[in-house]
Design a protein around this ligand. Structure first.
Ligand code: GLN
Length: 247
């Protein structure tokens, strides 16, 4: 029996679960289980008062502006605790609407919603919506990251914030910079739905490794065979890059 356990907090699955984002939790569960790492997944719902004290990985998905507003209002109460979690190296994976919440603000027309201020970035809204398949080259994944994006928000990174990667197909953060997502300490923010992790095992293992390192001081992840995952990734990438896929 393994002594390794990782606690995963799945934030507001009932509100932020666009394009199957909750599938990311299934992948984390499986990839830990296959390596004899015990996953303890806890869902956090709107009426809960979450504690991040013993959380190893927090995940927040994407949603409509309406749902995002509800979550933001709720999470602002946990702002200080979330900040300590992030500054202490807690692993936080945030997709699309969740990614936008990491920043200082999200402006939608005349309305500006205060963000969690965890990462130096902000989001405003533009037209048209940025919709379609996306491929990104990132240092955290041996394979290009592939997936799907659909957002009205344009995210702008502060000067010291590293993007998750370079857009090789699709739009990314703002459709102009050529950058996608953000990396800050052990935070990964991205617009990539799909869900993200099933076709991008490198990203899943990055998240698990960072959490193991923080908790146990080292991460020796057993290699998985990943034939199906890598084939799905390869087929999608080739389809985009070889031009079979047009927006
Ligand atoms: N509501 C946000 C936007 O439109 C995020 C959407 C999403 O999570 N896909 O920009």
């Amino acid at each position: 029996m393994s002594a390794l356990t990782l606690k995963v907090a799945h934030l507001y699955p009932e509100l932020l679960n666009l394009y199957g984002d909750s599938g990311n939790i299934l992948v984390l569960n499986k990839r830990m289980g296959w390596r004899n790492i015990q996953p303890q997944v806890e869902e956090v719902h709107v009426d809960d008062t979450p504690s991040f004290a013993d959380v190893d990985i927090a995940f927040v998905g994407g949603g409509s502006d309406r749902e995002q507003r509800i979550v933001c209002e709720r999470l602002l109460r946990e702002k200080a605790e979330l900040r300590s979690f992030v500054e202490d190296g807690g692993v936080l994976l945030a997709v699309c609407g969740g990614y936008q919440l990491l920043g200082s603000s999200y402006t939608m027309g005349d309305e500006t919603v205060e963000g969690l201020g965890l990462v130096d970035l902000y989001t405003d809204r533009g037209t048209p919506r940025l919709i379609g398949n996306v491929a990104v080259e990132s240092r955290i994944s041996p394979q290009p990251i592939v997936g799907y994006e659909n957002h009205g928000g344009r995210t702008h990174l502060g000067p010291g914030v590293e993007p998750l990667g370079k857009v090789v197909f699709g739009h990314g953060n703002d459709g102009e910079s050529g950058e996608e997502g953000c990396l800050y300490k052990n935070v990964v923010g991205t617009y990539v739905h799909g869900p993200l992790l099933p076709k991008n095992p490198g990203v899943a293992d990055y998240v698990i490794s960072r959490a193991l390192e923080r908790k146990y001081g080292e991460a020796n992840l057993m290699r998985l065979e990943d034939h199906v995952e890598l084939e799905a990734n390869r087929v999608m990438y080739r389809r985009l890059i070889d031009g079979e896929e047009r927006e």
